[in-house]
Design a protein around this ligand. Sequence first.
Ligand SMILES: CC(C)(COP(=O)(O)OP(=O)(O)OC[C@H]1O[C@@H](n2cnc3c(N)ncnc32)[C@H](O)[C@@H]1OP(=O)(O)O)[C@@H](O)C(=O)NCCC(=O)NCCS
Length: 146
Amino acid sequence: MASPYRIVPSKNVALIRSLEDRIFGSDASYFEGPERGNFYWLVKRGAVPVGYCSVRPSVFDPTHTVFLSRSGVLHAARGKGLQRRMIRVRVAWARARRYKFAVTYCSTSNIWSARNLFTEGFQPWWPPDEVGPWAGEDVMYFRKML
Ligand SMILES: CC(C)(COP(=O)(O)OP(=O)(O)OC[C@H]1O[C@@H](n2cnc3c(N)ncnc32)[C@H](O)[C@@H]1OP(=O)(O)O)[C@@H](O)C(=O)NCCC(=O)NCCS
């Protein structure tokens, strides 16, 4: 049976931001706006948004490397494989633009993200010296060759 969830590009930053607030709570102060080069997608069930994800050129290698910035799924829609679909959408977006690598990170306690990234072909990785571990040394960094 076809999935009832659709992933669609979105420029509705206010809606993305409100989803981020609901999903991340106080941690939502890290929201990255489009001025940093982010592109966004919404996950929708019918007309109802249940998740979002974003991608942008990386700071340290914007020509060749994209950064998978935040993604999240509301509780009611978790456990349905949506994070993997959102990873694939962004990888496809990056490949279509001829980027060579995708990088991202997640907290060490976020085993769901780590497992989904690994399943989608991301490998543990450490940022190069020029940029350093920009999100700290206690997170897991990943990279996928596109
Ligand atoms: C991490 C996150 C994006 C995973 O999204 P997802 O689409 O639910 O991922 P999956 O479908 O692969 O489910 C992952 C696991 O979540 C678990 N899960 C969490 N809440 C669940 C719920 N309410 N119902 C069912 N499963 C749930 C499932 O056990 C599933 O494990 P499984 O593979 O053994 O079934 C989502 O949990 C989330 O938005 N978390 C908060 C924000 C966050 O951490 N974002 C990622 C870093 S930017």
